[in-house]
Design a protein around this ligand. Structure first.
Ligand code: FE2
Ligand code: FE2
Length: 130
């Protein structure tokens, strides 16, 4: 079973953001599939790099849309994006240092890492961005 599953109720009412959220769920699920033992660190490193790139681009788009809409929770939301980027950096670095330990850490934290922000900050964007 997939780690994360997209549901219609996750829609924030903006087609580009919904599309990117779906792609990120797919990428995170694909990474989770790769976290088997023994881990193929070359593949996981590539997938982690791709996820980091998609997430950074996604946060930039989401922040731009929030600014355009004068969204009241912009500052807090952006701060949480920055925390998430720091956390993914840490996860990537741990994986480089120690693939087996990093694999276990990713397996435990991957779902919460994205899922929590998505279910709270992003869910509150619903119908706020026009
Ligand atoms: Fe967000
Ligand atoms: Fe988002």
């Amino acid at each position: 079973m997939a780690l994360l599953e997209w549901k219609a109720e996750f829609s924030v009412g903006n087609a580009s953001l919904d599309h990117e959220h779906q792609l990120m769920i797919q990428q995170i699920n694909a990474l989770y599939e790769q976290l088997r033992d023994p881990v193929d660190s070359a593949i996981v490193e590539v997938v982690l790099g791709d996820i980091h790139a998609s997430i950074s681009a996604h946060f930039a788009l989401e922040e731009r849309l929030m600014r355009t809409a004068h969204y009241v929770e912009y500052e807090q939301h952006k701060e949480d994006h920055e925390d998430l980027l720091d956390q993914i950096h840490d996860l990537i670095n741990s994986f480089y240092r120690d693939p087996e330990g990093g694999r276990k850490q990713l397996k435990l934290q991957l779902s919460d890492w994205f899922g929590h922000h998505f279910a709270t900050f992003d869910a509150r964007l619903h119908r706020q961005l026009g």
